[in-house]
Design a protein around this ligand. Structure first.
Ligand SMILES: C[S@@+](CC[C@H](N)C(=O)[O-])C[C@H]1O[C@@H](n2cnc3c(N)ncnc32)[C@H](O)[C@@H]1O
Length: 209
């Protein structure tokens, strides 16, 4: 089954991503799988699991039940904003918002009869390189704020497999200016391996090595 068929068949269980956003994430994941890129799939900022469930379904549809799949979240909602996140359009996003429990996340997988990913309950700033699989074939970064995206890139980018892809949500969203600033600052950091290509598709950055 293709990602489009999966999207037509199953519900999106939260309002944190829509079918268009999932289309970007899942089509990029399908491309990576079709290209035979070796490595794990990771999602940093999984919330209730809307995208995680579809990632699992795409992996299963490709016969990749054993490909490592890890998700990361505080399960305590968003951290405080920093000055980099200031936006007149962003007053909705406050510390502690988007909090669901790890148990609720796992319940969604049970309810859908899907194999759960490995779940890491931690603030991204407290993760160590050992908490991440290596290599990473595909990553979806959805932490909303400057430091969350910067910390995610710092962990994921050095582990990206040749031919791998990183998709970053909310890249051109007025309410969340910290996302694009974090991407800019991370790649301008001396010593960072530059990316090959950055495309913006429906508000998401798709970055390839
Ligand atoms: C927009 S939601 C993710 C939505 C999810 N990807 C989906 O498709 O439904 C953002 C999530 O990132 C988590 N988050 C944001 N910054 C974080 C950080 N610095 N450390 C840990 N979790 C973080 C929040 O707890 C929240 O669950």
């Amino acid at each position: 089954m293709t990602y489009r068929e999966l999207l037509a068949k199953y519900p999106i269980i939260s309002n944190q991503i829509d079918a268009q956003g999932l289309g970007v994430v899942l089509s990029q994941l399908e491309n990576v799988l079709a290209a035979g890129v070796d490595g794990a799939v990771v999602e940093l900022g999984c919330y209730r699991g809307s995208t995680s469930l579809f990632i699992r379904r795409v992996l299963d549809a490709a016969g990749q039940l054993d490909r490592p799949f890890h998700v990361y979240d505080s399960f305590a909602g968003l951290p405080p904003k920093t000055i980099q996140d200031a936006s007149g359009a962003g007053s909705d996003f406050v510390a502690g918002e988007l909090s669901v429990s790890k148990r609720d996340f796992l319940h969604e997988f049970k309810h859908a009869s899907l194999k759960p990913p490995r779940v890491h309950k931690r603030w991204f700033s407290h993760l160590t390189p050992e908490d991440l699989p290596e290599p990473i074939a595909f990553a979806f970064l959805d932490g909303d704020f400057y430091e969350s995206i910067y910390d995610s890139l710092k962990l994921v980018w050095p582990r990206l497999a040749p031919g791998g892809t990183v998709v970053i949500d909310d890249y051109s969203r007025e309410a969340l200016p910290g996302v694009a600033r974090a991407v800019r600052d991370y790649f301008e950091q001396p010593g960072t391996q530059p990316y090959g290509r950055l495309q913006v598709l429906h508000n998401r950055a798709v970055i390839t090595a």
